[in-house]
Design a protein around this ligand. Structure first.
Ligand code: ARG
Ligand code: ZN
Length: 471
């Protein structure tokens, strides 16, 4: 009995301490209202990046206003984040590894700011009710960081010879704007960027304005992404670029390409192929998911890899070849419209985009997908681990995810036959259009499309540890 009483009292003390810690008089909120909110989670427990993303809210829109000065490498930013609370919130986190924060507000009232590692915590003056829409504004200024991934690739903010690039797969976007940086929280974007006159700033979606600043020393470009985008697919390319426009898909989709002038001559022929590849992929994968398109071609040495940034992939000129272009454009369906539910599902991006390459070569280079499969089969590196189970974040972009991921699809094609396979290839991006999906969602979907038992196929090709005997 005594011990029970002690326990109760200890419990009451703990509650009072928690309330004090939250800056409240017992039972009353800071604004005099009743305390009801709790802090949103600092992460979404992604298997590779547990702190990536945040709980307690869902972002609907990012409005980013940025200016960049290449000579000093200083970025000035304002992020206006419109979100809906999914719980009563006393505080919430944003992922941010960018420059010092100057100010923060929620719904117009100053918010308290705390930074620890990549977590930026905002504590609004009043708790936010579950279901309420709110606007968080964060301003920041300084020199943003380049992130070197565990696999050695650079992402985040990458200064170049004539400007900078912002690329974010898998976790680099937090280097240049605060947000909910897990692919499961997609949002629309408006990005306004000012750079010195003579340079250009390219981003995703449609360019709705490009104008000189009042003093004539800068140029401001405004970009609009109407369809939801995972933050890792946001791009910014600042530098000297030759831009050109055309249309694709029967005039329905405006195309804006940007090429580093040193790469212009070499790139022209392939850039002209963009509308044709999109038309062919639309035939294979179903309606193109976005309302704009294009490509950014970077000068050699500025970026070590190609990335399928939404609506407008970015490729270093050395990777600007037709299979890689087909790969990055295929990602618009696989990865960008249907995004991975967690980073464990990365083969749904890379395996499908690689199969997109194989299909492109099947049609244009008369290289049957079976030949690409055979070629992959004898590559020892594809057997390092099963595509659905990359052991660490270092493995997310390695051969088992790409080639063996594509091999899974080729085996599926053999098992269900071309007619059903191509129905699946169209039906999958239709079913999860502008959403997120997991490996399980895919295997369930494929099974729903055939009477054949696919469990053995998944067991060997998607989850199996061992290289099977040559099929
Ligand atoms: N998704 C890119 C592709 O199209 C590769 C990105 C590699 N990124 C990285 N941080 N290693 O294949
Ligand atoms: Zn890819």
């Amino acid at each position: 009995m005594n011990s029970t009483r002690t326990r109760i009292r200890a419990g009451a003390v703990a509650v009072a301490l928690a309330l004090l810690a939250a800056g409240c008089a017992a039972g009353a909120g800071r604004d005099g209202g009743v305390v009801h909110g709790t802090p949103g989670a600092a992460g979404l427990r992604d298997p590779y990046f547990p702190k990536l993303g945040n709980g307690g809210y869902d972002v609907g829109h990012y409005g980013l206003t940025l200016s960049y000065e290449p000579s000093t490498r200083r970025l000035t930013g304002k992020a206006e984040i419109t979100a809906t609370a999914t719980q009563d919130l006393s505080a919430f986190n944003l992922d941010f590894s960018g420059p010092p924060v100057r100010s923060a507000s929620v719904d117009g009232a100053p918010a308290a700011v705390n930074r620890a590692g990549n977590e930026l915590t905002l504590r609004p003056r009043r708790d936010i009710d579950k279901g309420a829409r709110f606007v968080a504004v964060v301003t920041y200024e300084g020199v943003p960081k380049t992130i070197t991934d565990t696999d050695g690739d650079e992402e985040g903010w990458v200064p170049t010879s004539d400007g900078a690039l912002a690329v974010g797969e898998p976790t680099g976007s937090m280097a240049w704007f605060p947000g909910n940086h897990h692919p499961s929280d997609k949002a629309t974007y408006d990005v306004t960027v000012t750079v010195p006159a003579g340079l250009k700033a390219l981003s995703n979606g449609v360019r709705t304005a490009e104008r000189k600043t009042a003093d004539g020393r800068g140029v401001t470009s405004v970009w609009h992404s109407a369809e939801p985008m995972a933050s890792y697919l946001a791009v910014l390319a600042i530098g000297r670029f030759d831009t050109s426009t055309t249309t694709a898909l029967g005039g329905r989709v405006p195309v804006l390409n940007a090429v580093d002038p040193t790469a212009a001559a070499k790139s022209a022929g392939l850039l002209a192929k963009v509308p044709g590849i999109l038309a062919e992929q639309e035939r294979l994968f179903g309606p193109y998911p976005f309302s704009s398109a294009g490509v950014i071609v970077e000068r050699e040495g500025d970026l070590g890899y190609a990335l399928e940034t939404q609506t407008r992939p970015i490729l270093p000129v050395s990777s600007f070849n037709s299979p890689t272009l087909a790969h990055e454009l295929a990602h618009q369906w696989f990865g960008n419209s249907v995004s991975p539910a967690s980073w464990k599902d990365i083969w749904l991006n890379e395996g499908f985009a690689t199969y997109g390459e194989w299909l492109y070569e099947e049609r244009t280079a008369h290289l049957p997908a079976q030949k690409s499969f055979d070629h992959a089969f004898v590559n020892d590196a594809v057997w390092d681990f099963p595509p659905a189970e990359p052991p660490t974040s270092e493995d997310l972009f390695s051969p088992p995810v790409y080639q063996r991921g594509a091999m899974v699809l080729h085996k599926l094609r053999q098992r269900v036959g071309d007619a059903t396979f191509f129905e699946i290839l169209k039906g999958w991006p239709a079913k999860y259009r502008h959403g997120t999906a997991s490996t399980r969602d895919f295997t369930d979907y494929a099974e729903s499309m055939t009477d054949k038992d696919l469990s053995g196929l998944w067991g060997v090709w998607l989850y199996g540890d061992k290289k099977p005997a040559k099929p």
